[in-house]
Design a protein around this ligand. Structure first.
Ligand SMILES: C[S@@+](CC[C@H](N)C(=O)[O-])C[C@H]1O[C@@H](n2cnc3c(N)ncnc32)[C@H](O)[C@@H]1O
Length: 331
């Protein structure tokens, strides 16, 4: 099926990368046919509903029906098979505000064409057809709407055990997807803290393992995971000793301390990260992925001494913190 993804606009490259990694994690190929900053159109066998359950940085997953000028979309609408049940046509304008027109004329004409073959129900339609305008125009049939509010509800201050050291759940989810995490496969966060990353991996069905140097974090993390009914194997360990408890894992996702709000136990960052990468390369299975957030480009080279660097995405958080979302593979 040809799918259209409407991506969140808050990062230029990360939402797109998350979609592609997610399709791979579900065991499918893809062929990109069109893209612009907030839109990605591709051919894949992956199920749109499952992708919708997984993605953190996408707003909608649609079936792509047509692209082009409004009059080309009108022609395409005339050629569409009738859908089963009622329809509503909705407008989505992704262009910068000064470039937007009201767009109602196109909407009315295409709506009129679709209404010839399908009953219209604007309040609770069986099918939502979307007319999207960006650099190009698109006609698409909504397959999955990502529940944006559910990510907000899982924010750190809403969990039973709280510590202000956790990534926003949507970015934690993106990292989990970048590591090609799969349902039923083993997953480790060796700096698990309050469990923000483990919750996101657990919600897509991974077998959870987590460790942290602080007993207090392990207990709090357990409480948080239980509040989402998630099973896990949690143990207290220095990152250098995880192989005493773990033989091999399919993916590792982690947000280590940067030596600011979260402690490194007085260890210098370079030394902590080196020991971490060494440990990860011991337990990560061949072909397995590590997705990690680093606070400085310089540490990426340390990782490359142990694993193969696949992708890097930069996110400026504020003047003195830039996060580097890095994806490594064990080859
Ligand atoms: C940034 S926090 C992790 C946040 C976590 N993703 C969450 O959702 O809460 C980093 C964690 O690393 C732990 N830590 C620090 N040094 C460690 C070490 N040497 N080995 C294992 N864990 C360590 C800290 O106790 C802290 O919980």
């Amino acid at each position: 099926m040809r799918l259209l993804f409407e991506l969140l606009g808050e990062h230029e490259t990360l939402p797109r990368a998350e979609v592609l990694a997610c399709i791979e994690a579900e065991g499918h190929d893809y062929e990109i046919s069109e893209e612009e900053s907030r839109i990605l159109v591709l051919e894949t066998e992956a199920e749109p509903e499952r992708l919708g359950e997984r993605l953190g940085l996408t707003r909608y997953v649609d079936e792509h029906l047509a692209s082009g000028s409004i009059s080309e979309l009108e022609d395409a609408a005339r050629g569409l098979r009738p859908l089963s049940g009622s329809i509503a046509l909705r407008r989505r304008d992704l262009r910068p505000r000064p470039e937007r027109d009201s767009g109602d004329e196109g909407l009315n004409r295409i709506g009129g064409i679709l209404a010839n073959t399908n009953p219209v129900d604007l309040d609770s339609p069986d099918n939502e057809v979307r007319l999207i305008s960006g650099k190009n125009n698109y006609l698409a049939l909504k397959k999955a709407a990502i529940e944006r509010s559910s990510f907000g509800e899982r924010k750190v201050d809403r969990r039973p055990f709280f510590s202000p050291i956790s990534l926003h759940p949507k970015y934690a989810r993106a990292l989990v997807n970048l590591a090609r995490t799969s349902k039923g496969k083993t997953f480790l966060d060796p700096f698990c803290g309050t469990g923000g990353i483990l919750i996101e991996a657990g919600l897509i069905g991974a077998e959870l393992m987590g460790s942290d140097i602080k007993e207090e974090m392990i207990e709090g993390c357990r409480e948080n995971l239980l509040s989402y009914n998630l099973d896990s194997f949690l143990f207290r360990s220095d990152v250098g000793d995880i192989s005493e408890n773990v033989d091999s894992v399919s993916s590792i996702v982690t947000d280590p301390p940067y030596g600011r709000s979260s402690t490194t136990m007085k260890e210098e960052l370079g030394s902590l990260y080196r020991r971490s990468f060494e440990s990860f390369s011991d337990v990560l299975e061949r072909g397995g992925y590590l997705a990690i957030v680093l606070p400085d480009k310089a540490f990426i080279e340390v990782g490359e001494e142990y694993l193969r660097l696949e992708e890097v995405y930069e996110q400026r958080v504020h003047r003195s913190l830039t996060r580097f979302y890095c994806v490594f593979k064990n080859y």
